[in-house]
Design a protein around this ligand. Structure first.
Ligand SMILES: Cc1cc2nc3c(=O)[nH]c(=O)nc-3n(C[C@H](O)[C@H](O)[C@H](O)COP(=O)(O)OP(=O)(O)OC[C@H]3O[C@@H](n4cnc5c(N)ncnc54)[C@H](O)[C@@H]3O)c2cc1C
Length: 292
């Protein structure tokens, strides 16, 4: 049986309380959200925090809301809640595309948006989603709040800009006229991605006015590919150009071979899934504008 090392356990009742407890226990403390990543790591002794600050009862972190033209998703929103959120799906259908494919209902019922981003697994789906739609992390510490673009949130595999004594409190996304989609290849239902791509498009007539491309599991720096986005902007939204954007995205990835597949296969998927996600986003854009 795998058993974690001994640790102190405290239940926070508010963000202020959680920050106070993080200050009290210092750098050897960790917050626990869904616990799906942290607890197995503790059992394997890959993580040995001296104190766990449980934020599951911090009500203010659990809401999905629209505030000042921003969709705001609290850090303790569970995957299942994002999947069933009408307001999130209406503005950014990419959330529902991705959440349907993240793990299984057991994990989705417990795992959180904040925990997923702070775990910073290189195969994490929501990192690519938020990179594609240019989300912003709201981080709170003793000195107050700071806002960091998700594209600058990750400092390496399993590392983020959230410092000791800080908490990710929410992720927000400016609401604008756009269409988005997510495409993933997994070895079996509920598995981590072999590769996955998210795309967001805004058109001006037939011309791409804005493009966002997020990729996961293929070693894209900070989960996005600016070179492919720059290629698309200003040109027509055609299948040929989406295929070329996919090739550019694949060229700028650094996949590694592992049990999920060899490098060439992952690079091929990066190209194909990018083009498919762009095509799906375009279909949604046209669908919306024909309805209007
Ligand atoms: C079987 C299985 C399959 C999975 N499949 C997928 C998949 O297909 N795609 C995918 O994207 N993910 C997948 N996951 C990951 C899953 O989505 C979890 O959400 C993820 O493990 C972490 O979320 P959590 O809430 O459990 O975080 P926790 O395990 O509680 O925390 C993870 C880390 O984040 C820190 N943390 C948590 N919340 C905060 C916060 N608000 N501020 C600062 N630090 C914080 C913790 O201290 C810890 O270091 C899978 C997980 C499992 C167990």
């Amino acid at each position: 049986m795998q058993v974690p090392a001994q640790f102190q356990y405290e239940k926070a009742t508010s963000v202020e309380h959680a920050l106070g407890l993080l200050g009290k226990y210092g750098p050897e403390s960790r917050v626990v959200a869904g616990g799906h990543s942290l607890i197995p790591m503790m059992k394997l002794r890959l993580a040995q925090p001296q104190a766990l600050i449980d934020i599951n009862e911090v009500e203010e972190l659990t809401r999905i809301s629209v505030e000042e033209h921003m969709l705001r998703i609290g850090a303790m929103v569970r995957h299942a809640e994002l999947l069933s959120s009408a307001v999130a799906g209406e503005h950014f259908p990419i959330f529902h595309d991705a959440e349907k494919l993240i793990a299984d209902p057991v994990v989705r019922n417990r795992g959180t948006i904040g925990g997923s981003l702070c775990q910073a697994d290189p195969s994490e789906d929501l990192s690519a989603v938020f990179a594609a739609i240019r989300g912003e992390a709201v981080i709170q510490g003793g000195e107050g709040q700071r806002v960091v673009p998700i594209r600058e949130f990750f400092t390496g595999p399993y590392e983020t800009v959230v410092a000791d004594g800080e908490l990710l409190v929410a992720v927000r996304v400016p609401i604008r006229s756009s269409a988005s989609a997510y495409q993933k290849v997994e070895r079996r239902a509920g598995d981590w991605a072999v590769a996955a791509a998210g795309a967001e498009l805004r058109l001006d007539g037939d011309t791409v006015a804005e493009a966002g491309i997020g990729l996961t599991a293929v070693g894209a720096a900070n989960f996005h590919v600016p070179e492919a986005e720059e290629f698309l902007v200003g040109g027509p939204a055609t299948a040929e150009r989406f295929a070329r954007a996919g090739e550019i995205a694949a060229e700028h990835c650094q996949p590694v071979a592992d049990q999920r597949g060899p490098v060439d296969y992952k690079r091929h998927l990066a190209a194909t899934l990018t083009a498919r996600a762009l095509g799906a986003a375009l279909a949604r854009w046209h669908g919306r504008h024909q309805e209007a």
